[in-house]
Design a protein around this ligand. Structure first.
Ligand code: 3HC
Length: 313
Protein backbone atom coordinates (compact mmCIF):
# COMPACT_ATOMS: atom_id res chain seq x y z
CA UNK A 1 0.00 0.00 0.00
CA UNK A 2 2.82 2.40 0.81
CA UNK A 3 4.26 1.86 -2.66
CA UNK A 4 0.90 2.74 -4.27
CA UNK A 5 0.71 5.81 -2.10
CA UNK A 6 4.22 6.90 -3.07
CA UNK A 7 3.40 6.48 -6.77
CA UNK A 8 0.17 8.41 -6.56
CA UNK A 9 1.85 11.18 -4.62
CA UNK A 10 4.20 11.84 -7.49
CA UNK A 11 2.20 14.01 -9.87
CA UNK A 12 3.08 16.05 -12.91
CA UNK A 13 2.14 19.72 -13.13
CA UNK A 14 0.38 20.48 -16.39
CA UNK A 15 2.51 23.04 -18.19
CA UNK A 16 0.68 25.12 -20.79
CA UNK A 17 2.56 28.37 -20.79
CA UNK A 18 6.30 28.77 -20.41
CA UNK A 19 8.19 32.00 -19.77
CA UNK A 20 11.80 32.20 -20.91
CA UNK A 21 13.79 35.10 -19.47
CA UNK A 22 16.69 36.11 -21.69
CA UNK A 23 16.57 36.22 -25.48
CA UNK A 24 20.24 35.54 -26.26
CA UNK A 25 21.43 32.46 -28.09
CA UNK A 26 20.39 30.00 -25.37
CA UNK A 27 17.14 31.73 -24.38
CA UNK A 28 15.99 32.15 -27.98
CA UNK A 29 16.84 28.51 -28.69
CA UNK A 30 14.73 27.35 -25.74
CA UNK A 31 11.84 29.60 -26.80
CA UNK A 32 12.02 28.10 -30.26
CA UNK A 33 11.99 24.43 -29.24
CA UNK A 34 9.21 25.06 -26.72
CA UNK A 35 7.04 26.86 -29.29
CA UNK A 36 7.85 24.21 -31.92
CA UNK A 37 6.53 21.58 -29.48
CA UNK A 38 3.19 23.36 -29.09
CA UNK A 39 3.80 25.37 -25.91
CA UNK A 40 2.78 28.99 -25.64
CA UNK A 41 5.89 30.91 -24.70
CA UNK A 42 6.65 34.37 -23.36
CA UNK A 43 10.09 35.53 -24.45
CA UNK A 44 11.26 38.20 -22.02
CA UNK A 45 14.20 40.55 -22.10
CA UNK A 46 15.10 43.97 -20.74
CA UNK A 47 14.76 45.90 -24.00
CA UNK A 48 12.79 45.72 -27.23
CA UNK A 49 15.93 45.57 -29.36
CA UNK A 50 17.24 42.54 -27.40
CA UNK A 51 13.90 40.85 -28.12
CA UNK A 52 14.19 41.74 -31.81
CA UNK A 53 17.62 40.06 -31.90
CA UNK A 54 16.19 36.99 -30.20
CA UNK A 55 13.35 36.86 -32.70
CA UNK A 56 15.88 36.98 -35.53
CA UNK A 57 17.84 34.05 -34.05
CA UNK A 58 14.58 32.07 -33.95
CA UNK A 59 13.40 32.88 -37.47
CA UNK A 60 16.77 32.06 -39.04
CA UNK A 61 16.94 28.76 -37.17
CA UNK A 62 13.31 27.95 -38.08
CA UNK A 63 14.18 28.52 -41.73
CA UNK A 64 16.88 25.86 -41.44
CA UNK A 65 14.42 23.46 -39.84
CA UNK A 66 11.71 24.26 -42.42
CA UNK A 67 14.13 23.77 -45.32
CA UNK A 68 14.58 20.15 -44.29
CA UNK A 69 10.94 19.52 -43.33
CA UNK A 70 9.30 21.13 -46.33
CA UNK A 71 12.04 21.00 -49.03
CA UNK A 72 10.30 22.56 -52.06
CA UNK A 73 6.98 23.37 -50.37
CA UNK A 74 7.35 27.15 -49.83
CA UNK A 75 3.77 27.62 -48.58
CA UNK A 76 4.06 24.72 -46.09
CA UNK A 77 7.38 26.07 -44.89
CA UNK A 78 5.97 29.56 -44.31
CA UNK A 79 2.92 28.14 -42.53
CA UNK A 80 5.17 26.12 -40.21
CA UNK A 81 7.23 29.22 -39.35
CA UNK A 82 4.10 31.38 -38.85
CA UNK A 83 2.51 28.72 -36.60
CA UNK A 84 5.55 28.50 -34.36
CA UNK A 85 5.93 32.30 -34.21
CA UNK A 86 2.22 32.71 -33.37
CA UNK A 87 2.83 30.85 -30.09
CA UNK A 88 5.59 33.29 -29.03
CA UNK A 89 4.76 36.50 -27.15
CA UNK A 90 7.47 39.13 -26.66
CA UNK A 91 7.58 40.98 -23.37
CA UNK A 92 9.77 43.28 -21.28
CA UNK A 93 7.72 42.59 -18.12
CA UNK A 94 9.17 39.47 -16.49
CA UNK A 95 6.84 39.55 -13.46
CA UNK A 96 3.66 39.73 -15.53
CA UNK A 97 4.96 36.96 -17.83
CA UNK A 98 5.90 34.70 -14.90
CA UNK A 99 2.56 35.29 -13.20
CA UNK A 100 0.72 33.59 -16.09
CA UNK A 101 3.17 30.67 -16.52
CA UNK A 102 3.50 27.22 -14.98
CA UNK A 103 7.23 27.12 -15.81
CA UNK A 104 9.82 29.91 -15.85
CA UNK A 105 13.16 29.21 -17.53
CA UNK A 106 15.94 31.71 -16.82
CA UNK A 107 18.73 32.17 -19.39
CA UNK A 108 20.19 35.57 -18.52
CA UNK A 109 23.76 36.72 -17.82
CA UNK A 110 25.91 34.31 -15.73
CA UNK A 111 25.95 36.45 -12.62
CA UNK A 112 24.72 35.05 -9.31
CA UNK A 113 23.54 38.37 -7.85
CA UNK A 114 21.63 39.30 -11.03
CA UNK A 115 19.95 35.89 -11.17
CA UNK A 116 19.06 36.02 -7.46
CA UNK A 117 17.54 39.50 -7.82
CA UNK A 118 15.47 38.36 -10.79
CA UNK A 119 14.16 35.25 -9.05
CA UNK A 120 13.40 37.15 -5.87
CA UNK A 121 11.12 39.48 -7.83
CA UNK A 122 9.55 36.60 -9.78
CA UNK A 123 8.96 34.66 -6.57
CA UNK A 124 6.73 37.45 -5.31
CA UNK A 125 4.88 37.73 -8.62
CA UNK A 126 4.28 34.11 -9.70
CA UNK A 127 1.78 31.62 -8.23
CA UNK A 128 3.24 29.24 -5.64
CA UNK A 129 2.88 26.26 -8.02
CA UNK A 130 4.94 27.82 -10.82
CA UNK A 131 8.22 25.98 -11.32
CA UNK A 132 11.42 28.02 -11.61
CA UNK A 133 14.50 26.71 -13.42
CA UNK A 134 17.86 28.16 -14.38
CA UNK A 135 19.84 27.30 -17.52
CA UNK A 136 23.09 28.23 -15.77
CA UNK A 137 26.12 26.22 -16.84
CA UNK A 138 28.44 27.15 -14.01
CA UNK A 139 26.64 28.54 -10.96
CA UNK A 140 25.25 26.33 -8.15
CA UNK A 141 21.47 25.93 -8.52
CA UNK A 142 21.05 25.93 -4.73
CA UNK A 143 22.66 29.39 -4.49
CA UNK A 144 20.25 30.82 -7.08
CA UNK A 145 17.24 29.08 -5.52
CA UNK A 146 18.09 30.51 -2.08
CA UNK A 147 16.69 33.89 -3.22
CA UNK A 148 13.20 32.33 -3.43
CA UNK A 149 10.68 30.75 -1.09
CA UNK A 150 10.10 27.75 -3.39
CA UNK A 151 13.15 25.54 -2.91
CA UNK A 152 11.04 22.45 -3.69
CA UNK A 153 9.90 23.98 -7.01
CA UNK A 154 13.34 25.08 -8.18
CA UNK A 155 15.76 23.13 -10.38
CA UNK A 156 18.36 23.46 -13.10
CA UNK A 157 17.44 22.84 -16.74
CA UNK A 158 20.61 22.92 -18.80
CA UNK A 159 20.33 23.03 -22.59
CA UNK A 160 23.20 22.80 -25.09
CA UNK A 161 24.24 24.98 -27.98
CA UNK A 162 22.78 24.88 -30.66
CA UNK A 163 19.57 24.27 -28.70
CA UNK A 164 17.39 23.30 -31.69
CA UNK A 165 19.89 20.61 -32.69
CA UNK A 166 21.35 19.22 -29.45
CA UNK A 167 19.19 16.45 -28.01
CA UNK A 168 20.36 16.59 -24.40
CA UNK A 169 18.92 18.44 -21.43
CA UNK A 170 20.39 18.06 -17.95
CA UNK A 171 17.85 18.28 -15.12
CA UNK A 172 19.63 19.39 -11.96
CA UNK A 173 18.03 18.43 -8.68
CA UNK A 174 19.07 20.13 -5.47
CA UNK A 175 18.45 18.29 -2.20
CA UNK A 176 15.14 20.20 -1.99
CA UNK A 177 13.79 19.79 -5.54
CA UNK A 178 10.59 17.73 -5.33
CA UNK A 179 9.89 14.51 -7.24
CA UNK A 180 6.87 16.18 -8.86
CA UNK A 181 9.00 18.97 -10.21
CA UNK A 182 11.58 16.50 -11.53
CA UNK A 183 8.86 14.47 -13.29
CA UNK A 184 7.24 17.60 -14.72
CA UNK A 185 10.57 18.78 -16.14
CA UNK A 186 11.26 15.33 -17.60
CA UNK A 187 7.80 15.37 -19.24
CA UNK A 188 8.23 18.88 -20.66
CA UNK A 189 11.71 18.24 -22.06
CA UNK A 190 10.58 14.97 -23.66
CA UNK A 191 7.69 16.84 -25.28
CA UNK A 192 10.31 19.24 -26.65
CA UNK A 193 11.93 16.25 -28.35
CA UNK A 194 14.89 16.24 -25.97
CA UNK A 195 16.45 13.47 -23.90
CA UNK A 196 16.64 14.41 -20.20
CA UNK A 197 19.30 13.15 -17.81
CA UNK A 198 19.40 13.82 -14.07
CA UNK A 199 22.33 15.16 -12.08
CA UNK A 200 22.92 16.48 -8.59
CA UNK A 201 23.82 20.14 -8.06
CA UNK A 202 27.58 19.75 -8.61
CA UNK A 203 29.99 21.98 -10.63
CA UNK A 204 29.56 21.40 -14.37
CA UNK A 205 26.82 18.81 -13.82
CA UNK A 206 27.65 15.95 -16.24
CA UNK A 207 28.64 17.42 -19.60
CA UNK A 208 30.68 20.45 -18.57
CA UNK A 209 32.33 18.57 -15.69
CA UNK A 210 33.88 16.33 -18.34
CA UNK A 211 34.05 18.69 -21.31
CA UNK A 212 35.70 21.70 -19.66
CA UNK A 213 38.71 19.81 -18.17
CA UNK A 214 39.09 18.12 -21.58
CA UNK A 215 39.24 21.54 -23.25
CA UNK A 216 41.77 22.77 -20.68
CA UNK A 217 43.92 19.65 -21.17
CA UNK A 218 43.92 20.23 -24.92
CA UNK A 219 45.19 23.78 -24.29
CA UNK A 220 48.02 22.42 -22.12
CA UNK A 221 48.94 19.86 -24.74
CA UNK A 222 49.41 22.65 -27.28
CA UNK A 223 51.10 24.97 -24.76
CA UNK A 224 53.70 22.26 -24.05
CA UNK A 225 54.33 22.00 -27.79
CA UNK A 226 53.32 18.33 -27.87
CA UNK A 227 51.07 18.80 -30.92
CA UNK A 228 49.53 21.58 -33.01
CA UNK A 229 45.97 22.67 -32.32
CA UNK A 230 45.01 21.67 -35.86
CA UNK A 231 46.31 18.14 -35.26
CA UNK A 232 44.55 17.94 -31.87
CA UNK A 233 41.26 18.89 -33.58
CA UNK A 234 41.74 16.36 -36.40
CA UNK A 235 42.73 13.69 -33.87
CA UNK A 236 39.66 14.12 -31.67
CA UNK A 237 37.27 14.22 -34.65
CA UNK A 238 38.70 11.20 -36.44
CA UNK A 239 40.05 9.29 -33.46
CA UNK A 240 37.27 9.87 -30.94
CA UNK A 241 34.32 10.63 -33.21
CA UNK A 242 33.60 14.10 -31.83
CA UNK A 243 31.78 16.41 -34.29
CA UNK A 244 34.22 19.24 -33.49
CA UNK A 245 37.76 19.20 -32.13
CA UNK A 246 38.34 20.90 -28.73
CA UNK A 247 39.68 24.15 -30.28
CA UNK A 248 36.78 24.36 -32.73
CA UNK A 249 34.40 23.68 -29.86
CA UNK A 250 35.98 26.34 -27.62
CA UNK A 251 35.63 28.86 -30.46
CA UNK A 252 31.99 27.76 -30.78
CA UNK A 253 31.17 28.01 -27.06
CA UNK A 254 33.17 31.26 -26.61
CA UNK A 255 36.63 31.62 -25.10
CA UNK A 256 35.37 34.22 -22.62
CA UNK A 257 32.77 31.69 -21.45
CA UNK A 258 35.38 28.95 -20.92
CA UNK A 259 37.58 31.40 -18.99
CA UNK A 260 34.61 32.54 -16.89
CA UNK A 261 33.53 28.97 -16.04
CA UNK A 262 37.03 27.74 -15.11
CA UNK A 263 37.85 30.84 -13.06
CA UNK A 264 34.62 30.47 -11.09
CA UNK A 265 35.23 26.81 -10.30
CA UNK A 266 38.90 27.37 -9.53
CA UNK A 267 37.93 29.89 -6.87
CA UNK A 268 34.70 28.46 -5.47
CA UNK A 269 33.61 25.28 -7.25
CA UNK A 270 32.78 22.66 -4.63
CA UNK A 271 35.44 19.94 -4.93
CA UNK A 272 37.25 21.82 -7.69
CA UNK A 273 38.87 24.74 -5.85
CA UNK A 274 42.50 25.00 -6.96
CA UNK A 275 42.20 21.86 -9.11
CA UNK A 276 45.02 21.80 -11.68
CA UNK A 277 42.64 20.43 -14.32
CA UNK A 278 40.98 23.83 -14.53
CA UNK A 279 43.95 26.07 -13.68
CA UNK A 280 44.31 29.19 -15.87
CA UNK A 281 45.80 28.63 -19.34
CA UNK A 282 48.16 31.40 -20.61
CA UNK A 283 47.04 30.81 -24.21
CA UNK A 284 43.35 31.18 -23.31
CA UNK A 285 44.09 34.22 -21.11
CA UNK A 286 45.98 35.95 -23.93
CA UNK A 287 43.27 35.42 -26.55
CA UNK A 288 40.51 36.65 -24.24
CA UNK A 289 42.60 39.72 -23.25
CA UNK A 290 42.97 40.50 -26.97
CA UNK A 291 39.19 40.34 -27.43
CA UNK A 292 39.34 37.15 -29.47
CA UNK A 293 36.36 35.24 -28.09
CA UNK A 294 35.86 32.73 -30.90
CA UNK A 295 33.17 32.68 -33.57
CA UNK A 296 31.10 35.45 -32.08
CA UNK A 297 33.95 37.97 -32.35
CA UNK A 298 35.17 36.70 -35.75
CA UNK A 299 38.40 35.24 -34.34
CA UNK A 300 39.49 32.82 -31.63
CA UNK A 301 41.89 29.96 -32.20
CA UNK A 302 40.74 30.13 -35.81
CA UNK A 303 39.52 33.02 -37.95
CA UNK A 304 35.85 33.23 -38.99
CA UNK A 305 35.94 36.35 -41.09
CA UNK A 306 33.42 36.05 -43.88
CA UNK A 307 31.80 33.00 -42.28
CA UNK A 308 28.78 35.03 -41.11
CA UNK A 309 27.47 35.49 -37.59
CA UNK A 310 24.75 32.89 -38.07
CA UNK A 311 27.33 30.17 -38.79
CA UNK A 312 28.72 30.67 -35.32
CA UNK A 313 25.45 29.95 -33.64
N1 3HC B 1 19.12 25.71 -35.71
C1 3HC B 1 18.58 24.66 -36.33
N2 3HC B 1 19.30 23.65 -36.82
C2 3HC B 1 20.64 23.70 -36.69
C3 3HC B 1 21.28 24.77 -36.04
C4 3HC B 1 20.46 25.81 -35.54
N3 3HC B 1 20.96 26.87 -34.91
N4 3HC B 1 22.60 24.55 -36.05
C5 3HC B 1 22.81 23.39 -36.69
N5 3HC B 1 21.63 22.88 -37.07
C6 3HC B 1 21.40 21.64 -37.78
C7 3HC B 1 21.57 21.75 -39.27
O1 3HC B 1 20.41 22.19 -39.90
C8 3HC B 1 21.92 20.32 -39.65
O2 3HC B 1 20.79 19.50 -39.68
P1 3HC B 1 20.74 18.10 -40.52
O3 3HC B 1 21.90 17.30 -40.11
O4 3HC B 1 19.42 17.51 -40.10
O5 3HC B 1 20.77 18.53 -41.94
C9 3HC B 1 22.76 19.86 -38.47
O6 3HC B 1 22.42 20.73 -37.39
C10 3HC B 1 24.22 19.96 -38.75
O7 3HC B 1 24.55 21.29 -39.09
P2 3HC B 1 25.56 21.69 -40.24
O8 3HC B 1 25.48 20.68 -41.36
O9 3HC B 1 25.36 23.11 -40.57
O10 3HC B 1 26.98 21.65 -39.56
P3 3HC B 1 27.72 20.48 -38.81
O11 3HC B 1 27.43 19.15 -39.37
O12 3HC B 1 29.11 20.97 -38.75
O13 3HC B 1 27.08 20.50 -37.33
C11 3HC B 1 26.94 21.20 -35.10
C12 3HC B 1 27.09 21.63 -36.54
C13 3HC B 1 25.55 20.64 -34.87
C14 3HC B 1 27.14 22.47 -34.26
C15 3HC B 1 28.03 20.10 -34.77
O14 3HC B 1 29.30 20.53 -35.20
C16 3HC B 1 28.10 19.75 -33.31
O15 3HC B 1 27.31 18.99 -32.80
N6 3HC B 1 29.12 20.32 -32.61
C17 3HC B 1 29.30 20.12 -31.18
C18 3HC B 1 28.36 21.04 -30.42
C19 3HC B 1 28.49 20.85 -28.96
O16 3HC B 1 29.27 20.07 -28.43
N7 3HC B 1 27.69 21.65 -28.24
C20 3HC B 1 27.73 21.67 -26.81
C21 3HC B 1 28.60 22.78 -26.38
S1 3HC B 1 28.74 22.86 -24.65
C22 3HC B 1 27.38 23.72 -24.16
O17 3HC B 1 26.56 24.17 -24.93
C23 3HC B 1 27.27 23.89 -22.69
C24 3HC B 1 27.48 25.31 -22.25
O18 3HC B 1 26.98 25.39 -20.95
C25 3HC B 1 28.92 25.79 -22.30
Amino acid sequence: ASRILAASMSTVTEVKKITVIGSGLMGAGVVQVAAQSGYHVNMVDLKEDFLAKGEKIITSSLKRVAKKKYADDAAGSQKFIDDVMSRITLSTNSEKAAAESQLVIEAIVENLKTKQALFKALDAAAPQETIFVSNTSSLPIGDIASATSRLDRFAGLHFFNPVPQMKLVEIIRTAETSEDVFHTLATVTKKMGKVPVACKDTPGFIVNRLLVPYMMESLRLVERGDASMQDVDVAMKLGAGYPMGPFELMDYVGLDTIKFITEGWYKSGKGLVGDKLIAPSPLLERLVAEGNFGRKSGKGFYSYEGVGADKGK
